[in-house]
Design a protein around this ligand. Structure first.
Ligand code: AMP
Ligand code: ZN
Length: 466
């Protein structure tokens, strides 16, 4: 497999640190509001990356944090007259509702920064002891110039960064590029006891610390949205590598941003969509299809029209699934004949193409095209004369290729339909056993629900009456 590594600016062969295992850390949400479709893209992309590693046989240890203490959390809690803890609890619960709604697999661990305060304090202490950080009036800063490789992720040297960055004027810093890893308590802010008085962690240190504690000093993959390359991930590298003397992450993956109608999404432009809004109107398959229809490193333009066309595409794919599921009820031959067995080679070639695309830095856009090609193939070749075994194989293959993308996992037979089919089967069984009373009862019960049964040459059919 090849992955694009932001650190080396090239596609590289993926070689895990431990054979068969992937240790992966993704920067998660700050839990002060419902998450938006931009965040959703990042979460869906890395959920897909994780699912694909699993599909390829890796065991993935997947950590995604919750930032539950920072300026935004504190301000929102004050505005709402509640505590930072209560705000975090509430929006973590809401996060799970939306993430589950998007069929994002639960992480191995979702650590909260506030649950790692002691570990963060000792991390900060280590950095001070090693001479990489210094304390001023209860704040602790990281000395960027002390860390040789500063700038290596964003590909800039420290002078360029200094010239380009908007830097807070702060007399207490020894250098304008130094950044806070621990912040002294301001009035009204939540704080924890520490060797420098009372305070709270900076944002960057929490990820360095939790990745280290949960996954180890060197991890396979660190990921997030492209806005995090600088300064967040640059600073994470500096802190982690200064402390351990080892590389922090082997591969750095970044997903590009979502724009809305070709403009940056923002509350002030009134073009802000939460996942909650979108899932009310669109099925999760449609949302995931849309998010994965572009390569994760290209910007994605969002509009309701584009979602509608994703919906039409998903319908085409599900029509093929429905067609196969209906055929299963109608065909009579059970096993594949020789010709069908040979035909499997053609079907399997689509799996090979799909793997080739996904192995190439998770090219979901091309992988989706392969699924369309497969469906076209199946539509022309699998029909009423096919065996049940072949139809089931085709259905399973569509599901298999949909699974890493988190689409095409549903049956087109609704729960009600399934229940009716099962009742019809029980009735047929009762009739065979000459249990007329049970057979009649099933028919009458269905009739009471406005469903009538008809005997046809193809078997029993049912229809709804008004
Ligand atoms: P935040 O809650 O803002 O810290 O963001 C959580 C995750 O979503 C991070 O990995 C961000 O990089 C990512 N993210 C934020 N905004 C967008 C956007 N408009 N498009 C794509 N990803 C985003
Ligand atoms: Zn982070």
């Amino acid at each position: 497999m090849k992955v694009y590594n932001t650190l080396t600016k090239q596609k590289e062969e993926f070689i895990p640190l431990t054979e068969g295992k992937v240790r992966m850390y993704v920067c998660g949400p700050t839990v002060y509001n419902l998450f938006h479709i931009g965040n959703a893209r990042t979460f869906i992309v890395f959920d897909t990356v994780r699912r694909y590693f699993e599909y390829r046989g890796y065991e993935v240890n997947f950590v995604q944090n919750f930032t539950d203490i920072d300026d935004k959390m504190i301000k929102r809690a004050q505005d709402e007259n509640t505590s930072v803890k209560e705000l975090g609890d509430r929006y973590i619960e809401e996060y799970y509702k939306d993430a589950d709604g998007l069929q994002i697999e639960r992480a191995t661990v979702n650590p909260r920064a506030t649950e790692f305060i002691n570990e963060i304090i000792s991390f900060v202490k280590d950095l001070i002891d090693k001479g990489y950080a210094y304390e001023v009036d209860g704040d602790v800063y990281f000395s960027t110039k002390r860390f040789q490789g500063y700038g290596k992720l964003s590909g800039q040297n420290i002078e360029d960064l200094q010239a380009g960055a908007r830097i807070d004027v702060d007399d207490r810093k020894k250098d304008p590029m130094d950044f806070a890893i621990w912040k002294n308590q301001k009035p009204g802010e939540p704080a924890w006891d520490c060797p420098w008085g009372k305070g709270r962690p900076g944002w960057h240190i929490e990820c360095s610390c939790m990745a280290y504690k949960l996954l180890g000093e060197t991890i396979d993959i660190h990921a997030g949205g492209s806005d995090l390359v600088f300064p967040h991930h640059e600073n994470e590298i500096a802190q982690s590598e200064a402390r351990s003397g080892k590389p922090f992450a082997k591969y750095w993956l970044h997903s590009a941003f979502v724009n809305v109608n070709n403009q940056k999404m923002s509350k002030s432009l009134n073009n802000f969509f939460t996942v909650r809004d979108i899932l009310e109107k669109y099925d999760v398959d449609v949302v995931r299809f849309f998010m994965l229809s572009a390569h994760y490193r290209t910007q994605l333009n969002f509009s309701l029209d584009l979602l509608d066309s994703a919906k039409a595409s998903m319908e085409r794919l599900y029509n093929a699934v429905a067609n196969l599921e209906n055929l299963l009820d109608e065909v009579s031959r059970e096993s594949m004949d020789e010709k069908e067995k040979q035909y499997l080679e053609i079907l399997n070639s689509y799996r090979d193409k799909y793997i080739e695309k996904m192995d190439d830095d998770f090219n979901t856009a091309d992988a989706i095209s392969v699924i369309f090609d497969l469906v076209r193939e199946i539509n022309t070749s699998v029909n009423i004369n096919s065996s049940k075994e072949l139809i089931e194989y085709a259905l399973k293959l569509i599901k298999e290729l949909g699974c890493p993308l988190g689409i095409l996992q549903k049956s087109t037979k609704g729960d009600l339909e399934k229940e009716i089919e099962e009742l019809i089967e029980s009735r047929q069984k009762a009739r065979k056993e000459k249990n007329w009373a049970l057979a009649d009862k099933i028919r009458d019960d269905l009739k009471a629900r406005n469903i009538i049964l008809e005997d046809t040459p193809q078997g029993v059919r049912w229809k709804r009456i008004q």
